[in-house]
Write a protein that binds this ligand. Structure first.
Ligand code: LMR
Length: 399
């Protein structure tokens, strides 16, 4: 009966990790998935995470179901981390926050909400965007379209194209924005540009929907990285924000995140919350508790919070160092090409401009695993491999 089912190609990002595992060459390097590695290429469990787990073990937490909306202490901490503890919307109870399954699950809950309550509304995604955005909206039954974002000629933001496309979108469209450290390009709007985007979103009565997966990873500062969504909220708009703790707390496999709806008043927040719960109940019933306990302890205990900030600065600092190393090595190999885009890009990734055939050369000849769009995760690069990577990139560009 199911003989007609076609083979689905591997996932563009997680499929790269599967291919990497199959490669037996010692030189292999996985720069596909955005996951932080130490200089020795080991996964990194943050010290604050270990400390929080010790506290949890000592207090003999149970394994009862969480409420559908998740751990109350986590939801309070996460909304405050995102918007600021003294944010008016938080204080006025206008934010509906539901703990969900990291970024993907949080985005999906909101996408289902859009399908249910704003039927026929199109979600506009930056071209390019994180590969899973398309899947999430499509599977929720929300039509999606592109808005222009990346300008290959300048290796920067196509701000005019972005503004034109957001202006041309029908009134009341959902505009999906990356809060900071745009994935995959590493190119963010300036604050001045964000202000102009906000003006236009208000003028067109669009619904801004931020994906904040890298808070603390772009600049090393949690507050600076939340500037854009906070600014939109300060302009009095209804705003949706998905959060993930996969990268900034290294809780990838724990699936910790939240979906926040900032609304006009506390009554609306209560009603929206009831609907988010209804959606989550059918999708996965209630969220996992372990990672949420870790995150709420780290965010709410001052001594853990301070240490977390130090560890995040350390991680984002290491990525900046390898960015510089890669740049220096590439300049040595080919000083005629302008490589400065690597230093300008923010966050975990560099968008190299390698085309799919060149990416194939990177993988088949040099055992460097990366996504077909030309993105490399610098979080997976040790300094000691920067010269090797530069040689592979230089060779592939000459191919
Ligand atoms: C990535 O873009 O590599 C990460 O967000 C991991 C993922 O789930 O795709």
């Amino acid at each position: 009966r199911l003989a007609f089912v076609d083979l689905q190609p591997p996932d563009p990002i997680l499929g790269v990790s599967e291919a990497f595992k199959r490669d037996t060459n010692d030189l292999k390097l996985n720069l596909g998935v955005g996951a932080y590695r130490t200089e020795d290429l080991k996964p990194y469990v943050l010290n604050v995470v270990k400390k929080a787990e010790k506290i949890m073990l000592e207090s003999e937490e149970n394994k009862e179901y969480l409420p559908i909306q998740g751990l109350e202490a986590f939801n309070k901490a996460t909304a405050e981390l995102l918007l600021g503890a003294d944010n008016a919307a938080v204080k006025e109870g206008r934010v509906a926050t539901l703990q969900s399954l990291s970024g993907t699950g949080s985005l999906r809950v909101a996408a289902d909400f859009i399908a249910k309550f704003l039927p026929g509304t199109t979600a506009y995604l930056s071209n390019p965007t994180w590969g899973n955005h398309k899947n999430i909206f499509a599977d929720a039954g929300v039509e999606w379209k592109w808005y222009r974002y990346f300008d290959a000629a300048t290796v920067g933001l196509d701000f005019e194209g972005l503004m034109e496309d957001i202006r041309a979108a029908p009134e009341g469209s959902v505009i999906v924005l990356h809060g900071c450290a745009h994935n995959p390009t590493g190119v963010d709007p300036t604050r001045e540009q964000w202000q102009q985007i906000a003006d236009l979103v208000i003028e067109k009565n669009h619904l801004p929907f931020f994906d904040v997966a890298y808070q603390g990873f772009a600049s090393g500062s949690l507050d600076d990285d939340a500037w854009a969504p906070r600014y939109f909220v300060s302009r009095g708009m209804e705003v949706i924000v998905a959060q993930s703790y996969s990268k900034n707390l290294g809780l990838y496999a724990e699936r910790v995140g939240a979906i926040n709806f900032v609304l006009a008043d506390a009554e609306a927040a209560k009603r929206v919350m009831s609907q988010l719960k209804r959606i989550a109940r059918a999708l996965y019933s209630n969220p996992p508790v372990h990672g949420a306990r870790i995150a709420s302890l780290v965010v709410s205990r001052p001594e853990l919070f301070a240490e977390w900030n130090e560890e995040m600065e350390y991680m984002s600092g290491r990525i900046k160092t390898v960015r510089q190393d890669l740049y220096d090595e590439l300049v040595k190999l080919n000083g005629d090409k302008d490589w400065s885009f690597i230093l300008r890009q923010l966050g975990m990734f560099s968008f190299t401009g390698l085309n799919p055939a060149q990416v194939e050369n990177m993988t088949n000849k040099h055992h460097v695993y990366m996504t077909k769009d030309g993105r490399i995760s610098l979080a997976g690069l040790p300094s000691s491999k920067a010269a090797y990577l530069a040689a592979a990139i230089d060779d592939s560009f000459r191919n």
